[in-house]
Design a binder for this molecule. Sequence first.
Ligand code: IMP
Ligand code: MG
Length: 184
Amino acid sequence: MWEKNSIKEVLYSEEDIRKRAGELGRQITEDYKNSGKPLLLVALLRGSVPFLGELIRCIDMDIQYDFMDVSSYAGTKSTGDIRIIKDLDTSVKGLDILLVEDIVDTGRTIAEVVKTLKHKGAESVRIVTLLDKPSRRTTDIYADYIGFTVPDAFVVGFGMDYDQKFRCLPYIGVLKDEVYSNEE
Ligand code: IMP
Ligand code: MG
């Protein structure tokens, strides 16, 4: 297989991810089904797309979803630390929001997005992330729903990339060190 020379270790198989997404979907359904308000899932492009796909199959409510694309680098139109590349098409005023992330690392991206959504009048904002890397956290933000907690290693697959590569792998794996050094 083409990727075998680049992946050091498989952390979570396709089956592991499906199973965990199912558990999270059922938990989310339990938590929101009696709220009486619409639930809007806001997925951050591009890494969270495969996870969103798994998750929405397992949420047993009439939810809606929309997308945002943000860059963590401050630019000319920066909102705090992030630049909004694609904003939501949906108004968040009065809605319960569930932010969908691939991985929370330092937490800076998600912290800024939460701030932005609250500023725009969201009723509540919670976070679901496929992976959490708490050892790298520099903010005091934590996800409400976590797929798996991972050690401090660079992971790819199931939406997550290195230089736009490896997003399409059906599993999550750790990248071999030489993949980085070869790029230099
Ligand atoms: P944060 O703002 O530091 O929490 O960064 C979060 C974003 O960085 C994630 O949404 C990913 O796009 C990217 N990221 C962080 N760690 C990894 C990793 O191990 N593999 C791939 N992408 C990562
Ligand atoms: Mg991301």
